[in-house]
Design a protein around this ligand. Structure first.
Ligand code: ADP
Ligand code: ASP
Ligand code: MG
Length: 450
């Protein structure tokens, strides 16, 4: 098995020639890095998603295709010998053109995955050639030969046993000979159809691959020098966290901290692979280590924000002192495959938020058929435009005295739902989207900037 390092570079890290050159320097600086997982160049996946949704207007479709060509041509122009990479990229751009046309006639999830996967397929051709021109033996590998998934297009589930076996057979031997450059985000099902792991899925790909090759470490290179106390774009005084536990980082990812795809840490945790998060722009600044054992476990670690929440409130006077109501509610939700995220109850009502089940990024919807059945039982109220604010920390359910500080800071906010106690690592609540950033900023000032 490979006791080497896996390094993943996100979209901004491979945005252009200069950014890719910085990635190459990071790879060169660690001879133990044998496997590189790359995202699509910054902005490319968004353009491909737009095409996949079906652009009817031919002029607009051409504009998007031109933008895609420009992004990749800008890198090709700076390569010394772009002949082979250009031929590969242009072939993929031709595929994009015909798939975009097909999507404008009839979009489908299968077609979408085929189309959006083209971003990573192109960026890896460019990065491989750039590495070779710096004198590094680099091989591009199509990860669809290893990253086997089910056929749930848009949010495919990895098939771990197959991935492991295929990695052992096809990937590990290649890593002994050269640095392997491969794609994040994409995979293929048993029939050979291209699938994707969902938006932001390259982090997850890298972790799955690191697990399959039994990597000694996983590096996630992005545009910030580590995991911060909150998104630095929301609170400019947020500070980087040098070391954080798997449980704390998983909570952050689950509660929407975009820095890591929510599933990223699951494979790393299963195989106890230490994860490093750093900035490819400023690698000298260091970053965050995610480990099992950490030196400090503060009461407050970080704040995360997840928007596009849908809250469903079910009310029934019959619920008062009755049994079986919740069982009936969940039976209906399960029947309609509605996955519930958070829940709070009172004597006559229950409020819950819906899990994000697709990758559109929009608010999850309560299916009409589920609503009709629920309405036979109780009143149903659905609210959108809500965001979930999560305070993440340690031993929160066993500590006292801090609720006053937290809720005192938020006294001017209308808190729609509060969840606390089930996990020792978080306290979270819903607020209206219009004040969500303000809530994060106020809490950050009060709890983290003292
Ligand atoms: P990549 O393309 O490298 O995967 P992303 O844009 O997906 O990068 O994730 C990096 C971004 O995550 C940062 O630019 C930052 O705005 C955001 N982010 C959200 N929460 C945090 C946090 N707690 N710490 C650092 N960055 C965060
Ligand atoms: N390129 C994909 C996206 O933008 C995957 C990733 O970058 O993680 O969602
Ligand atoms: Mg990302």
């Amino acid at each position: 098995m490979g006791s080497f390092n896996v390094a993943k570079f996100g979209g901004t890290s491979v945005a252009n020639f200069e950014a890719m050159s910085r990635c190459a320097a990071i790879i060169e600086s660690n001879p133990n890095t044998k496997l590189v997982v790359s995202s699509a160049c910054s902005g490319v996946t968004n353009l491909l998603v737009e095409l996949a949704n079906g652009v009817q207007d031919q002029t607009h479709r051409s504009e998007i295709l031109t933008k895609l060509a420009e992004i990749h041509n800008a890198v090709l122009d700076q390569l010394e010998d772009s002949t082979q990479a250009a031929a590969e990229v242009y072939t993929i751009l031709d595929t994009v053109t015909s798939l975009a046309e097909a999507a404008s006639i009839q979009a489908s999830r299968k077609l979408t995955d085929h189309l959006v996967a083209c971003g990573e397929l192109m960026s890896t051709h460019l990065l491989t050639q750039l590495m070779r021109e710096r004198g590094i033996a680099a091989t591009r590998f199509d990860i669809r030969n290893v990253l086997r998934t089910d056929s749930n297009f848009g949010k495919a589930e990895p098939e771990l046993d197959s991935i492991r076996q295929l990695a052992e057979e096809k990937l590990i031997p290649l890593c002994q000979e050269s640095v392997v450059i491969t794609q994040g985000f994409i995979g293929s099902d048993a029939e050979g159809n291209t699938t994707t792991l969902g938006r932001g899925g390259s982090d997850y790909s890298a972790a799955l691959i690191a697990e399959a090759v039994e990597a000694s470490g996983l590096e996630i290179w992005t545009d910030v020098p580590g995991i911060y106390t909150t998104d630095p774009r929301i609170a400019p005084k947020a500070s980087p966290i040098p070391e954080i536990s798997f449980s704390e980082a998983s909570e952050m990812a689950n509660f929407g901290a975009k820095i890591l795809h929510p599933s990223t840490l699951v494979p790393a945790l299963r195989h106890d692979i230490p994860v490093f998060v750093g900035s490819s722009k400023e690698p000298e600044k260091g970053g965050t280590w995610i480990r099992h054992q950490v030196e400090s476990s503060p009461l407050f670690r970080a704040l995360a924000l997840r928007c596009n929440q849908t809250m469903v409130t079910l009310r029934s006077a019959k619920m008062f002192h009755a049994y079986g109501f919740l069982a009936r509610v969940f039976e209906i939700l399960a029947k309609h495959k509605v996955s519930v995220d958070l829940i709070t109850t009172s004597e006559i009502s229950v409020s819950l938020t819906l899990d994000q089940t697709d990758t559109s990024g929009g608010a999850p919807q309560l299916p009409e058929a589920a609503r009709i059945e629920l309405e036979e039982l109780c009143s149903v109220d659905v609210e959108h435009n809500l965001c979930l604010v999560a305070l993440i920390g340690n031993n929160m359910s066993e500590s006292k005295g801090y609720a006053k500080q937290v809720f005192g800071t938020l006294e001017d906010f209308n808190l729609r739902m509060i969840c606390y106690g089930a996990s020792p690592h978080n306290l979270c609540f819903l607020v209206h989207e219009s004040v969500s950033k303000q809530a994060i900023q106020k809490l950050h000032t009060e709890l983290f900037e003292g």
